[in-house]
Design a protein around this ligand. Structure first.
Ligand SMILES: Cc1cc2nc3c(=O)[nH]c(=O)nc-3n(C[C@H](O)[C@H](O)[C@H](O)COP(=O)(O)OP(=O)(O)OC[C@H]3O[C@@H](n4cnc5c(N)ncnc54)[C@H](O)[C@@H]3O)c2cc1C
Length: 468
C-alpha cells in the first residue's frame, strides 16, 4: 500500500489526536492549506497539519514516525523554494502559533514558532525595545533565525540567530525538549543558524535591544545614475561605524495601484540605511550621499518597529524567485558588473538587485555563537523578481543565476542560507566546519531523515533514507 493510501486509512487517528486541523491530499481545502507565501512553490505533501500548540507538534511528529512518513515544518512559506520533495511527507504548519511574550525586565522575548516578525517588533516597540528582525514584516521569526537572520541592526548586534538564548524543540523521536547552553547543547547550537533539520522548533527565546528610535530611510535616484550612486555608496561603506547598516539597490517598481504614484512603474537606484543614533549625527554620516542630490529623501527619526517598511517588501503572498551570494568583497569592478547586469538600459526581469553591507559585529565571532558564529563576507548580493507565469519564472531564475555568476570571482566560500532560494544541500550555505558538526548532530538526532528541511543535511554515519 502506498504511503498516501495508508495515511488515508489512518487519517482519523491523526485528526482525533490534533487540536488543530488536518487535510489529506484530495480533501476539500487541501490546496488552500498547502499554499506557501511564495506562490511559485507548488508543494504537494501527503497531508497538512495546522498545529495549535507544542503538544500538537509532538502528536504530529509521533504520528509521522508511526506511519514511516517524514515531516516538514513550515511557518509562512517565505522560504519554500529550497525545500526537498514532500512526497511521503506531512507538512506541519505552525502559522497558528503566533504568541509573543516580552519580559521587559530581562530584555527578552519568548516567541512561538509561527510568529511573524511584525508580531514581535510592534509589541517590543511598546516597551521601547527592538528585535533583530529582517526587512520584511511577515517573514517568519523561526525560519529567518534558523537560517541566520540579517536585519537592519546586523552590523551593530550581529546575526539574529546569535541573540537566541533558548529554543523549545520537538526532536524527530517526538520529545519536547528545551535547548539552551546547559541542555541539549548540540540542538541549541544547530538551531542558531544551522537550519531546521534537527527538530521542529515550537518556541524561541531571544534578547531584545534598548533601541526605541533610530535614524533611517532611503535616498532615491533615477536609475540612470546607477553607476555613480552605487560606487559612491560602496566607498561610503568603508567609512561608516558599526551603527550603520545599509543597502545599495536597483529597484524597478511594478505599476501596482498600492504603490505610491510617485514611485509606481519607475526604476531607481537607491541607498537604504539605518543608523542607531540621533538625527544630527546620522545626517552628518549621510552627507556624502545626500550631496549627490537624490530625487526622494525619506531619512528621518523613526520608531524601531517602523523599520519593517523601509525595504518595501511585499506584505502579501506573491509568486517570486531569486538567488543570492555572500561576497568576500565588492571592489569597484564588482559594482560595474552589477550595473552592467541590471543597470540602466538592461532589459532585466529582476525587480530588485540589492547589495547589503555586512562586516561590523557580523565579522566577529559571537561569544558562544551557533552554526554561523560569524560571517567572512563583506557584502551580500541578492536579485529577485515576480514570477506570475512559468515563462517569467524561468527568465527570473536565469537572470538571478546570471547576476550571481557575474560576480562569481568575488564569492565567499559559501552562500547565505536565507538568500539561497534554489534547492541545495546545507553544505553550500554554511561554513565547512559547521556543516560537518551538523552532519554528526543529524546522525544522532535524526538518522532516519524524518525531518524535511530547506537545505538538507545528510547524516554523517548513515546513508540517506529512501523515501517511498
Ligand atoms: C520578502 C522577503 C524578505 C526577506 N528578508 C530577509 C532579511 O532581511 N534577512 C534575512 O536573513 N532573510 C530574509 N528573507 C529570507 C527569509 O529569512 C527566509 O526565506 C526564511 O526561511 C523565511 O522563514 P519563514 O519561517 O517565513 O519561511 P518558511 O518557508 O515557513 O520556513 C523556511 C524553512 O525554515 C524551516 N522552519 C520553519 N519553521 C520551522 C520550525 N518551526 N521548526 C523547524 N524548522 C522550521 C524549514 O526548514 C522551512 O522550510 C526574506 C525573504 C523574503 C521572501
Amino acid at each position: 500500500m502506498s504511503t498516501s493510501n495508508a495515511l488515508k486509512r489512518n487519517a482519523g487517528s491523526l485528526r482525533a489526536a490534533i487540536t488543530g486541523d488536518v487535510w489529506v491530499r484530495g480533501d476539500d481545502g487541501y490546496d488552500e492549506a498547502r499554499r506557501a507565501w511564495n506562490l511559485t512553490t507548488d508543494q504537494r505533501p501527503d497531508a497538512v497539519v495546522f498545529a495549535e500548540s507544542a503538544a500538537d507538534v509532538v502528536r504530529a511528529v509521533r504520528f509521522a514516525r508511526s506511519q514511516e512518513m517524514r515531516i516538514a515544518p513550515q511557518g509562512t512559506g517565505h522560504g519554500s523554494e529550497p525545500l526537498e520533495s514532500l512526497q511521503g511527507t506531512i507538512l506541519l504548519r505552525t502559522s497558528r502559533m503566533r504568541g509573543v511574550e516580552i519580559d521587559h525586565a530581562s530584555l527578552t522575548a519568548r516567541v512561538q514558532a509561527g510568529a511573524q516578525w511584525q508580531d514581535v517588533t510592534v509589541l517590543a516597540g511598546d516597551y521601547g525595545l527592538a528585535a533583530l528582525a529582517g526587512t520584511s514584516p511577515d517573514v517568519g521569526v523561526t525560519g529567518y533565525i534558523l537560517g541566520g537572520g540579517l536585519g537592519w541592526m546586523a552590523r551593530r548586534y550581529g546575526l539574529a540567530a546569535n541573540s537566541v538564548t533558548a529554543a523549545q524543540v520537538v526532536t524527530p523521536d517526538g520529545r519536547l525538549v528545551r535547548a539552551d547552553a546547559g541542555h541539549e547543547p548540540d540542538v541549541f547550537w544547530a538551531v542558531r543558524g544551522g537550519g531546521g533539520s534537527v527538530g521542529v522548533v515550537t518556541a524561541l527565546d531571544m534578547v531584545l535591544y534598548p533601541v526605541s528610535e533610530l535614524y533611517a530611510g532611503a535616498l532615491f535616484f533615477p536609475i540612470d545614475r546607477s553607476s555613480e550612486v552605487l560606487h559612491a555608496w560602496r566607498e561610503w561603506t568603508d567609512t561608516v561605524p558599526d551603527e550603520v547598516t545599509s543597502v545599495g539597490r536597483l529597484l524597478r517598481l511594478p505599476s501596482f495601484p498600492e504603490i505610491p504614484a510617485e514611485l509606481r512603474g519607475r526604476a531607481f537606484v537607491l541607498v537604504e540605511a539605518a543608523y542607531l543614533g540621533d538625527a544630527y549625527t546620522g545626517a552628518k554620516l549621510l552627507q556624502p550621499l545626500r550631496q549627490l542630490g537624490p530625487e526622494i529623501d525619506t531619512f528621518a527619526t523613526i520608531p524601531a518597529s517602523a523599520l519593517r517598511q523601509l525595504h518595501m517588501d511585499p506584505d502579501q503572498p506573491v509568486p517570486n524567485q531569486g538567488d543570492g551570494a555572500f561576497l568576500a568583497d565588492a571592489p569597484a569592478a564588482a559594482i560595474d558588473a552589477v550595473v552592467a547586469m541590471a543597470g540602466p538600459g538592461t532589459d532585466t526581469p529582476l525587480v530588485s538587485v540589492e547589495i547589503r553591507h555586512l562586516g561590523g559585529a557580523l565579522a566577529r565571532p559571537a561569544p558562544g555563537g551557533g552554526a554561523q558564529p560569524k560571517i567572512d563576507a563583506k557584502y551580500l548580493i541578492f536579485g529577485g523578481g515576480l514570477t506570475p507565469t512559468l515563462e517569467l519564472a524561468g527568465a527570473v531564475r536565469a537572470q538571478a543565476r546570471a547576476l550571481k555568476d557575474a560576480v562569481s570571482v568575488w564569492h565567499a566560500s559559501y552562500d547565505y542560507y536565507n538568500f539561497m532560494e534554489t534547492p541545495g544541500s546545507a553544505d553550500a550555505v554554511l561554513p565547512r566546519a559547521s556543516y560537518r558538526r551538523l552532519q554528526s548532530i543529524k546522525a544522532t538526532y535524526d538518522p532516519d531523515q524524518v525531518i524535511v528541511s530547506a537545505h538538507p543535511v545528510w547524516p554523517s554515519r548513515r546513508p540517506m533514507r529512501e523515501v517511498a
